[in-house]
Design a protein around this ligand. Sequence first.
Ligand code: PYC
Length: 320
Amino acid sequence: MTTALRDVRAIEIIDSHTEGEPTRVVVGGWPQPPGATMAARREALRRDFDMLRRAVVCEPRGHDAIVGALLTPPVSSAALAGVVFFNDVGYLGMCGHGLIGVVRTLEHLGRIGPGSVCIDTPAGTVRAELAPDGAVTVENVIAFRHLSDVKVEVPGVGLVRGDVAYGGNWFFLTELPDLPLELANVRELLRVTTAIRDTLRARGITGADGAMVDHIELFGAPRRADADSRNFVLCPGAAFDRSPCGTGTSAKMATLYARGALAPGERWHQESITGSLFTGWIEERNGAVVPYIQGRAFVTSRATLFFDPHDPFRFGFPES
Ligand code: PYC
């Protein structure tokens, strides 16, 4: 364990949820990772500070659905801050719901008011707009469909057909009409989506440059009258997204656009498994798809996490 880690006694956090999905923003106490880019800082975290990732988001202080967000100084001149997102199993390139939570947290801290703000992430610099009523619109990184109509025979599930697309993270997007997207079916939805992810991995089906497809997104008919679609998103570990997933909705809009089913500026209303909603749209810029995601986040608590050197579980439970 490095001295920097051993010396950590307290970490300041602000919790929020974005359309149901929790974000835990680290605002103090975590030694800043070195690096001139956000990707380099993420690697430094992975290499030298991974115990803090688990300590902040996992049990006994958290649970597997929490997405953590470490605030850092910016790396680009346009940005107010940088952020590295992490979860119970690792690190994310971007996180749509998390970015909305970060913006409301910066507002809570008095660092921003309504208007535009840029934030550096490992996936690129993203711009967000905070409205006076608290709604946040994120202009995400470029999204695109990478593979279309991929067919895989999934053990215990059957033949599954879907697309691989990027929206700040890598997604496999599919529909399973016989499995209703209801909270009552979460156990089965987790089993099926985990089996799909395992099969993609075993078959070597990846995103660009061999990137792991670590999010699985199922779509079905909406329940809400104001939605176009309902989804269920398996996150990289064993948790599902309680929100409609910002990067997943971006990936979805890129596949719709690639199919000629979504025009620039047209609204796409994505409902989540919990019934919450993101409104999305795309812009075409130099032949690329720029996704926009709009949603709401609410600050739920502000706390100090303590690291007692005598606590055997101060960095969480040992990894199995
Ligand atoms: O909103 O992009 C998102 C996201 C990714 C994982 C959980 N939420």
